[in-house]
Design a protein around this ligand. Structure first.
Ligand code: MTE
Ligand code: LUZ
Ligand code: MOS
Length: 750
């Protein structure tokens, strides 16, 4: 089944926040933000700005009726700065005017005096100065200290991975509308409608039921709208509360790039110990997460880094620790993989260093240590239904790795200016919010009296096609045709208290709720049909809008049954709740069973390097991926392709640069390079791994949104191999992205 949005997308008819019809009295907002990364606000003079014709009001923290607080996990983030600023781009005031152009004019006239304080931009510096968001977390298994002493080989090193801009095509935005009695409707481009509702209520000082949040779809989120869609919605709502007029705020790309957080840069150090047979016996790692100026989702992201610190390997002795370091950058936030990629890059680097120093292929160490059935993760979960080795060996065989390796070797022998490199990247990613209480969802399903169906869930459509999957679950379960089902907008008055659309778990959680609701409705309608036919319930089935008796089509249609149900006064609405069974986690012991299941896969990456220019091409990425039993392979393959491009971009091109004053230097698309058609892999082959699927996944179709991003890590190591083939003296480093500039330096390093 095609993505149900493809028709309107192609015709430009899909609605995003900026496409919503606005009321005639709508006002437009613009954020005034801090020009300095750290300091005390001495004075702000709004007088000149306020006199600009068309400016209605400039809002500051003084206009807040409730709390000036938007922190989700830790209450450490004001909506608008009061007496201090902590990053460049930190919101200070909100200009509301008759048009955005007027608001822009006014913004330029605001005068601010700041007494500057020392600026921290790196995690390492923050750690040295003792600047942290919260206490560190540590996951441990076995006894590393003792085991390192007995290791034949021990290597240690440092790893840096940079941040990443989400670059959703639709920037952050909201449209807030006053209803009657002080109620406000907030249309938002958010992954978390309930968090928007909750924080709006908290800042306005009103009850949550006064705030209705509605989301049609997002022009991409990628984690960037899990928490950071909230402030804009809140600002507009504060203005609506005061002015009683609709207020619209769509960030322009410059404001969005400057004011919002990104993927967290990580500074890490590791020590890895192997025995003579290349078994990894011990692994010690310290992660310094550059959290930015407020917590945002950093503590949860730090936690997931620890969960994925050993990636797809079984290591019996692990000592891992993560510090969330407070710096003067915009608060960094969720980004596809949620700290997992950062953790995996470090273990892959550790293995690459060991292999390099031992003069062997990285693949040998990887293969030797792959996760097996019943292995214990450092967080206590026992790995079951493990598909790691299956995906690895399938990839080796299906794509004939031996031949590929020989070809690369021969190519490198024959060519001087061009070199090729190969790498393998295994991925093991846990599915579930690591915070157990978040793993629940609801669905509200109406069957209308003409037999058509409306489905509401807590899932937000952001391009990942979750609505298509929800529709598939509904029509297949009810036994009707897809055209009978409509997916409604995500709305807090229809489905309340939802978790954000995140953690790749949305289709599982909401889909299971849809399944439950539809099963309950079908049961009632089977009862109605059994009366109509005077036959036993268990002999009746619905299929494609027809009633079947003992496998034979009857002359009774779905519509007829629904009509009869109305006459019999049968409830044609169902509201179902689903919570993931089994999972639990003890944060004191740092042990438990946090994931419903894991997703596995292996990627082979082939690159060609131009050793004169330092430029490279990704020739091919060949993937064997564990989809479980995919319920929509077209959509799922699309997710793998998109995530892969994003992962390769993070590892190779996308270079976030803040200067020492905390100013975003890469603040345009001419200074921040995102993957394009030239940098995309020339060939991408994706083979679904044959498995029995997993019952914890919706229709045994495993979550797919985030795991494939980490295949992109393979690009780093493939390029590294090609560099090494040209310049054996090159001392390998782990500092991503591996931009052509860095590659060129490495090629001619002595
Ligand atoms: N795909 C598209 N097209 N756009 C997006 O914003 N977000 C990703 C992934 N795939 C995203 C996407 C992220 S970060 C997550 S967590 C999942 O989708 C969320 O959706 P799911 O839980 O339905 O997989
Ligand atoms: N968000 C969250 C996430 O709150 N918890 C998670 O575990 C998570 N994982 C991936 C992406 N977003
Ligand atoms: Mo995705 S980082 O869970 O929004």
């Amino acid at each position: 089944m095609k993505n149900i949005d493809s028709y309107t997308h192609l015709r430009g008819e899909s609605l995003f926040v900026d496409d919503i019809m606005v009321r005639r009295d709508t006002l437009y907002g613009l954020v005034f933000d801090s020009p300095k990364a750290h300091g005390k606000i001495i004075s702000v003079n709004y007088t000149k700005a306020e006199t600009v014709k068309g400016v209605v009001k400039i809002f500051t923290y003084k206009d807040i009726k409730g709390e000036n607080q938007i922190g989700g996990i830790i209450p450490d983030e004001p909506l608008w700065a009061e007496h201090e600023v902590h990053f460049q781009g930190m919101p200070i005031a909100f200009i509301v005017a008759k048009s955005e152009a007027i608001a822009k004019q006014a913004r330029a006239l605001i005068e601010i005096e700041i007494e500057e304080l020392p600026v921290i931009t790196t995690a390492r510096e923050a750690k040295e100065k003792g600047s942290f968001i919260n206490a560190p977390r540590s996951f441990n298994l076995g006894n590393t200290d003792k085991v390192f002493e007995n290791c034949k080989h021990v290597f240690s090193g440092t790893v840096f991975s940079n941040g990443q801009e989400h670059l959703y095509l639709e920037t952050q935005g909201t449209y807030a509308i006053p209803m009657e009695n002080g109620n406000i409707k907030v249309i938002s481009s958010t992954q978390g409608p309930t968090s928007v509702q909750k924080i709006v209520a908290q800042v306005l000082g009103v009850a949550m039921h006064k705030i209705e949040v509605d989301v049609t779809r997002l022009g991409g989120g990628f984690g960037g709208k899990e928490d950071q869609a909230t402030p804009w919605a809140v600002m507009a709502a504060v203005a609506v509360q005061y002015l009683k007029k609709p207020v619209k705020l769509i960030l322009n790309r410059h404001d969005d790039l400057r004011m919002t957080g990104k993927r967290h840069p990580y500074d890490s150090t590791f020590k890895i110990g192997l025995d003579k047979d290349l078994n990894i016996l011990a692994y010690q790692v310290e992660f310094l997460q550059n959290s930015g100026a407020a917590a945002d989702l950093s503590p949860a992201i730090a936690e997931r880094t620890l969960f994925h610190a050993t990636n797809s390997y079984y290591i019996p002795n692990v000592n891992s620790i993560v510090h969330s370091c407070k710096t003067n950058l915009p608060p960094n936030t969720a980004f596809r993989g949620f700290g997992g990629p950062q953790g995996m890059f470090v273990i892959e680097s550790a293995i690459a260093l060991a292999a390099n120093n031992l003069g062997i292929d990285k693949r040998i160490i990887q293969e030797k240590n792959l996760l097996s059935e019943n292995d214990e993760f450092p967080y206590g979960q026992i790995a079951t239904k493990v598909e790691m080795k299956n995906s690895w060996h399938t990839a080796l065989k299906h794509f004939n790795l031996e031949k590929l390796e020989k070809e690369v070797e021969e190519f490198n022998k024959e060519n001087k200016r061009f070199k090729k490199g190969l790498s393998l990247m295994p991925v093991t990613f846990g599915i579930s919010f690591t915070n157990t209480p978040m793993n629940h969802a609801r669905a509200l399903v109406h069957i209308y009296q003409d037999g058509s169906v409306g489905v509401s869930t807590g899932a937000v459509e952001m391009g990942q096609s979750v609505n298509t999957k929800m529709l598939q679950v509904a029509y297949e379960t009810l036994g009707i045709t897809p055209d009978k089902v409509k997916l409604e907008t995500t709305n807090t008055t229809r489905v309340a208290n939802t978790s954000p659309t995140a953690a790749s778990a949305t289709a599982d959680l909401n889909g299971k709720a849809v399944l439950k609701a539809c099963k309950a409705l079908k049961k009632r309608l089977i009862t109605v049909s059994s009366k109509m036919l005077s036959e036993r319930k268990k002999d009746i089935k619905f299929e494609k809008n027809k009633v079947y008796l003992k496998g034979k089509k009857t002359n009774i249609s779905w519509e007829k049954v629904v009509k009869q149900a109305m006459l019999d006064r049968v409830a044609l609405t169902e509201n179902a709740h689903y919570k993931t069974p089994i999972i639990h986690f003890n944060k004191t012991k740092e042990k438990g069973h946090p994931f419903a299941y894991h997703v596995y896969g292996t990627a082979i990456t082939e690159v060609s390097l131009d050793c004169m220019r330092g430029t490279y091409e990704i020739d091919a990425v060949k993937i064997v991926h564990d989809f479980g039993k995919s319920m929509n392979l077209g959509i799922d393959i699309g997710q793998v392709e998109g995530a892969l491009a994003q992962g390769i971009g993070w590892m190779t091109l996308e270079e976030i640069a803040y200067d020492k004053d905390g100013r975003l230097a890469s603040n345009t698309l001419s200074s921040y390079k995102i993957p394009d058609v030239f940098s995309a892999a020339k060939k991408v082959a994706i083979i679904p791994l044959k498995t029995k699927g997993n019952k914890m996944a919706i229709k045994k179709s495993k979550a797919v949104g985030e795991p494939p991003l980490m295949y992109g890590i393979g690009a780093y190591f493939a390029i590294q191999r090609a560099v090494k083939a040209f310049n054996p003296k090159h001392k390998i480093k782990f500092h991503s992205p591996f931009t052509p500039e860095k590659v060129l330096m490495s090629l001619y390093e002595k």
